[in-house]
Design a protein around this ligand. Sequence first.
Ligand code: NDP
Length: 284
Amino acid sequence: MANSFPLDNTVENFAVFGNPVKHSRSPSIHNLFAKQFAIQLHYDAIDVQPEQFEKTVKAFAVAGGKGLNITVPHKELAFKLCDILTPLAKTCHSVNTIWFDDELNIYGDTTDGEGLVRDLQNNHEIKLVNKRILILGAGGTVPPVLLSLLQQKPESITIVNRTLAKAEVLVERYKGYGTLMACGYDQLEQQYFEIIINATSASLQGDVPPLSADIVRHSECCYDLMYSKEATPFLKWADNNGSSLCIDGLGMLVEQAACGFNIWHGKMPETSSVISAIKANNSL
Ligand code: NDP
């Protein structure tokens, strides 16, 4: 098993596990962070099928690997696999950052929510306190995003989802953390939100969730967790309908990576130059 990884044993080894993972920007991001501290490391993007996930994580640890980022579709599997979870990862049922100790115990945390909040607040100067926030979608990324947003004391968060029951489950589970509501897209009439966050995967299929143009016009910011070279379908639609500020999830990606880098190396990298470099060179 240990030989299944061509690890470079002269440096510390890290990787992102996903499926698919070929176009991941995580290797470029972590290499740019490492340069800031003159840290020598090797960072791979490794495609792992769900049924191979547990075996592959353990093999990576046995081979001497130091840490893993976990992306779609493995975050819940990672949560189930970890021996020791941070309180946040335990509450969210989601892990995107893994590390090991000398006994090969597996540790897990989630930095997705902190990544989003850092991007909104630090990179875009958006204040969240007392804001009315609308989250579109109720998938695996929503719990960490929800909890990190609630820590900033917004007035309320409404979760709207195509499958209403999934939004209701989240509200039931996390209602003790702040003012939370669930609804269907047809129940949004006459409701207005300062911040609208698209946490659906609709943009991946070229779709836009069924929102009214009116809701966008009254917002301060539309944010799509997804990112791409072109504006995402949701952000194109929001812009066409009068949104005053449209932001994609590239900054969140870099910020969540920075939090993971800090867990592994005990050093918080500077992110704005990395966001600019990744934006400027899509092939990085
Ligand atoms: P999941 O697959 O767990 O959930 C997908 C959600 O999207 C569900 O709520 C689903 O609704 C909804 N959905 C899918 N298609 C449509 C559609 N056509 N119209 C309306 N709703 C739709 O995804 P994740 O939570 O893991 O990820 C969500 C997004 O966040 C992805 O685009 C992912 O790339 C992005 N992401 C970005 C990160 C970053 O760092 N920038 C980090 C993590 C995620 P239903 O329940 O009804 O099926």
